[in-house]
Write a protein that binds this ligand. Sequence first.
Ligand code: HEM
Length: 351
Amino acid sequence: MPGHRDTRTLVSLLFVLCIALFAPAAWAAEGSAKQAERQATQPLNNAPFWRDVRGGENPYQTTQVRGIETNVLVQTEGQTWREIHNGPLPLYGGLLLIAMLLLIFGYYRWKGPLRVHENPTGRLIERFSDWERLVHWSAAISFVILAVSGLILMFGKYVLLPMFGYTLFSWLAIIGKNLHNFIGPLFIFCTLVMFTTYVKDNLWRAADFIWLKKAGGLLSGEHVPSGRFNAGEKVWFWFGVTLLGLVSGVTGLVLDFPNFDQGRSVMQLVNVVHAISAVLFIALAVSHIYIGTLGANGAYEAMRTGYVDETWAKEHHQTWYEEVKAGKARQRFADDVPAEIKTQVAQATKA
Ligand code: HEM
């Protein structure tokens, strides 16, 4: 005869087996009962109700709260915005910036910096006035702050957060956001002043289209004459500074000042347009900054000191050089330049 203990074990095993066998069925039965009950109280899982809620325009959705869209409980476009903002925007924006950096790096490795062929004469021309340089560097510095803080806001969570962790990254993002919001209007002001200051010498001439056709001799090494600013600089001025400056500036103001009854869909659309124009602006600025630093010997000194050597002017902006020589340009030869600046310009041009 099995002992008392064996019986007990057997009964418990049987009990567990029963539970295991019947519980799911019981749960299922209970579940479908609940389901049936819910179908009675909330037919089709309330899909018609939620459709109404999403639609926003229904008699039931009222609120005492005053303001734009206060009666919209679920804003469907928000889902679309989130998918774009977390999907194609950072993906293609990131790819564009990486491609631009690789292109410039490849070109630099292939061709190196643009150099003059003849020796500098030591005779200098004032290429940029004090005012033009002040305007340039105010726009340049505020742009770089906006670009860096904007890139932190757009790519930070993919690139910096895994590296720095939440605490440090959130500090960077907060500082970046506030810098962005305050420097934005300043940059817009600087760009407007820059436009009025530089527009005269950025008007298109017939020679510019020859320059564009020959890509400025950047690939062939051929010498292509240009005015004070070549067609590449004019593309930067009109497409970058003016057009992208305008689009990213206006959309930036709409985002910066959300107190003009802008609804969520307006803010979402403006956010996407702002991000696209800003990434394009940064990609273009990268090529401008390259030419303005490593890419052309003597260019950086032109915007830092205001002066270029005669040889530099002749080889890079021949038509402008001839106008200066003929006294037809606003810029003049400068003979009273401090020796220190003369040395800097000569060294940079020869390098
Ligand atoms: C760190 C950033 C920058 C550097 C190093 C830089 C450097 C330079 C240099 C060296 C020149 C003189 C080129 C020449 O002699 O023809 C120049 C011209 C110019 N830069 Fe920049 N730049 C920077 C950022 C910017 C930004 C952000 C803007 C506009 C938003 C800008 C707008 C201009 C304009 C309008 C000119 C005159 C040429 C033209 O009108 O096309 N720069 N820059």
